[in-house]
Write a protein that binds this ligand. Structure first.
Ligand code: CA
Length: 220
């Protein structure tokens, strides 16, 4: 049984999400502030967390996320009302799996939750990721096009692997730097663009590596 913790201080939104989630047969626990949210997450070990960014009190959604990420990879979907919050979700290495902006349709949230959980289930079992003629073998650090191995530089491979591991999700340049170069690496986010160009050149048009304007890149 899928268990979800929702941390959302607007009762209407919390109730609505709980209603839709329960219709899916999921167990839902709603809290309206960050410290109760953390407590519920600790006690219930949910399969999924829906987290409002703006919460009353000392602990906002970002704090909750950071705290959760110290110990677990439980998927987190952020709810956000403001553009500058989106910047922070994408810009910092928050470890969020996705976000939805308010106002939203509950159906959309249900669909996103399902998609993220599917992704999570696929990942450990399969180390091969396939796009048409391109096969990315994450375990063996190999990529082939039409069964022909393609030689990638170390950082090109790291970037491709980071994108493949988060396929379907938009990753900002900063997130990609953190994932592929490491959080200690200080450099120009445009480095990512240079390596993306290389990947596109080497792997060709079957690589579904999409530029998302103002946000970053998405594979798949
Ligand atoms: Ca709020």
């Amino acid at each position: 049984m899928t268990a979800i913790v929702v941390v959302e201080d607007e009762p209407d939104i919390g109730d609505l999400l709980a209603l839709y989630f329960r219709q899916e047969g999921w167990t839902v626990h709603v809290t309206d502030n960050g410290s109760d949210g953390l407590e519920a997450i600790r006690a219930r070990r949910p399969d999924f967390i829906v987290l409002d960014v703006g919460l009353p009190g000392d602990i906002d959604g970002f704090d909750v996320c950071r705290e959760v990420r110290r110990k677990s990879n439980t998927p987190i979907l952020f709810l956000t009302a403001r553009d500058d919050e989106i910047d922070r979700i994408l810009g910092l290495e928050m470890g969020a799996d996705d976000y939805v902006t308010k106002p939203f349709s509950p159906r959309e949230i249900v669909a996103r939750v399902k998609a993220i959980m599917r992704r999570g289930k696929d990942d450990p079992a399969r180390s091969d990721i396939c796009f048409d003629t391109i096969l990315i073998d994450l375990d063996r650090h190999e990529v082939t096009v039409d069964d022909e191995p393609v030689a990638l530089a170390t950082q090109e491979w790291s970037l491709l692997a980071a994108l493949a591991q988060h396929r379907g999700a938009v990753l900002s340049r900063q997130q990609l730097l953190d994932l592929a170069w490491g959080v200690d690496w200080i450099g120009d986010p445009r480095t990512v663009d240079v390596h993306v160009r290389q990947l596109r050149r080497k792997l060709g048009s079957d690589l579904p590596l999409v530029t998302v304007r103002g946000a970053g890149y998405r594979l798949g």
